[in-house]
Design a protein around this ligand. Structure first.
Ligand SMILES: [Zn+2]
Length: 119
């Protein structure tokens, strides 16, 4: 059974909700971490909290970037350009979209971009 673009659109809408919740939770967690730091008498605890805060900040940044990517992909679906590679403008393989519904590059361009990035 092949997934249709409409089904993938539904998946993207669910993903958007999931990531919105994750971003909210992380924002809440980072606020709690900041207010918590410096209020304990144990240095080790403070160090742990600072470490947690750093992790949360980078996690939050990654979550927000992913959420933005999902939102842009949803906008592309609504424009009728979903599933078109933004580099070579060919149709992206549906199997690739099933694996990564918010991808904007076809397999070939993604591989080339990774290669260009030195990965
Ligand atoms: Zn391409």
């Amino acid at each position: 059974m092949t997934t249709t673009k409409k089904e993938l659109y539904g998946i993207l809408l669910n993903l958007r909700e999931t990531y919105r919740c994750k971003v909210e939770e992380s924002e809440l967690a980072s606020v709690l971490d900041i207010t918590g730091t410096g209020y304990t008498n144990h240095q080790a605890d403070d160090a742990t909290m600072v470490y947690d805060q750093t992790v949360t900040a980078s996690t939050l940044k990654a979550l927000k970037a992913r959420l933005r990517q999902i939102e842009e992909t949803i906008a592309h679906y609504e424009n009728g350009t979903y599933g078109i590679c933004e580099s070579c403008e060919r149709e992206i393989d549906i199997a690739r979209l099933e694996a990564i519904p918010y991808t904007r590059l076809c397999m070939r361009c993604a591989e080339r971009r990774d290669y260009d990035a030195g990965m």
